[in-house]
Design a binder for this molecule. Structure first.
Ligand SMILES: Cc1cc2nc3c(=O)[nH]c(=O)nc-3n(C[C@H](O)[C@H](O)[C@H](O)COP(=O)(O)O)c2cc1C
Length: 356
């Protein structure tokens, strides 16, 4: 039975279908709860949230469902802050976009990222069905604290060595994030190019090498994709872009328009918005800044924040980070519950077709 896997057992869910974490707005408590209610499992993306907002969002999910859900954070080994003049130069290079949007030339931000240790405290206190993370491996104390609290941990790997490092660190499962995936690459070992492995190649290697369960992510948009990764040996599929047009998603209006536009299947990896490689629909900001040197994540991310916020408000998709996977053209505007029901039906059909 495709519906019973090590992941459905670990998380206490009916179907091995995950709403992938969608930080920066799309994964609202309502979307997370709807996917969990439908028999899959939602992931609350907490990486960009203050500890207080994270606590509130977890409470909001709990008010909507008693079903299990996952909380996701960024386990980033923060690189040293670049010299002030480098940040100033990078910030001034963005002023032409601020001028077009009619907003002030922002000074350097005071803070560049959220306090991971405080976010983790909130997660441990809340005891979600699992704690998932990307961009690295949390310190052993954090993983130990999760183990003591009975919270399974799920890391993100973009190549084989990252999968091995995560398993060696004692995590309970690994998300295999193929290069097709929308949003930031989780890559944390070696050059970014090492993580440019397709979902098919990555899942197969991780399943063959690791003993812990593998969750496949990247380019999965329907039940045929779910059946495909289960056939590769994955214990679950995580879908991100497929949920971004659901009415429950917090995807902004111009972002939704871009996801419905004729150019939505033209995506590229870029460091322009955040300093860390991420896949998004190609737009003017991405094209104009291709190949340019910029401060690493989280510094560039903090510098562009006011531009992205103003662009969302003004309906200017050309300045937004339009994170989306390579199969974005297949995203459908349906309530999350209907999407999950459809994915279950399609997976069933695909499995039947292959083994009549
Ligand atoms: C808008 C957006 C935001 C994302 N935010 C996060 C995040 O906060 N944490 C994370 O681990 N992955 C994040 N990702 C990556 C997804 O969890 C997942 O790997 C990806 O969506 C899978 O590929 P797909 O979009 O083709 O389904 C994000 C992806 C998108 C599209």
């Amino acid at each position: 039975m495709w519906t019973k896997t090590r992941i459905t057992q670990l998380l206490g869910i009916d179907r091995p279908i995950l709403l992938a974490p969608l930080g920066g707005g799309p994964s609202t408590p309502a979307l997370v709860a709807a996917v969990s209610e439908a028999g899959g499992i939602g992931t609350l993306a907490g990486g960009y949230l203050t500890p207080e907002k994270l606590r509130d969002d977890i409470a909001a999910v709990r008010a909507m469902t008693e079903r299990p859900f996952i909380v996701n954070l960024f386990a980033l080994q923060t690189p040293p802050m670049p010299p002030r003049e480098v940040l100033e130069r990078a910030n001034r290079a963005l002023d032409r976009y601020r001028d077009e949007l009619g907003i002030a030339h922002a000074p350097l931000p005071e803070r560049f990222e959220e306090d991971f240790a405080k976010q983790v405290e909130v997660v441990i206190e809340a005891k979600p069905a699992a704690f998932s993370f990307t961009f690295g491996i949390p310190r052993a104390e954090v993983l130990d604290a999760c183990r003591r609290a009975g919270i399974p941990t799920i890391g993100t790997a973009t190549h084989l060595d990252e999968g091995k490092a995560l398993q060696d660190a004692g995590v309970d499962a690994v998300t295999a994030q193929g290069v097709e995936a929308g949003g930031h690459r989780g890559t944390f070992l070696g050059a970014p190019e090492r993580g440019h492995v397709g979902t098919l190649g990555l899942v197969t290697q991780l399943v063959n090498t690791l003993t812990i369960p593998v969750i496949a992510a990247g380019g999965i948009m329907n039940g045929r994709g779910i059946a495909a990764v289960l056939a590769l040996g994955a214990d679950a599929a995580a879908l991100g872009t497929a949920f971004m047009l659901a009415p429950e998603a917090g995807t902004s209006a111009p972002y939704r328009q871009a996801l419905k536009s004729g150019g939505r299947h033209i995506t590229a990896l870029t460091t322009a918005f955040s300093g860390k490689e991420a896949r998004g629909i190609v737009n003017r900001f991405l094209a104009e800044n291709a190949g340019r040197e910029m401060p690493a994540y989280p510094y560039q991310n903090a510098l562009t924040r006011d531009i992205r916020a103003a662009a969302a408000k003004a309906g200017r998709a050309e300045f937004l980070s339009l994170w989306a996977g390579q199969a974005a053209a297949l995203a459908e505007e349906l309530p999350a519950r209907e999407l999950v029901a459809r994915f279950v039906r399609e997976t069933e059909e695909a499995v039947q077709r292959l083994s009549p």
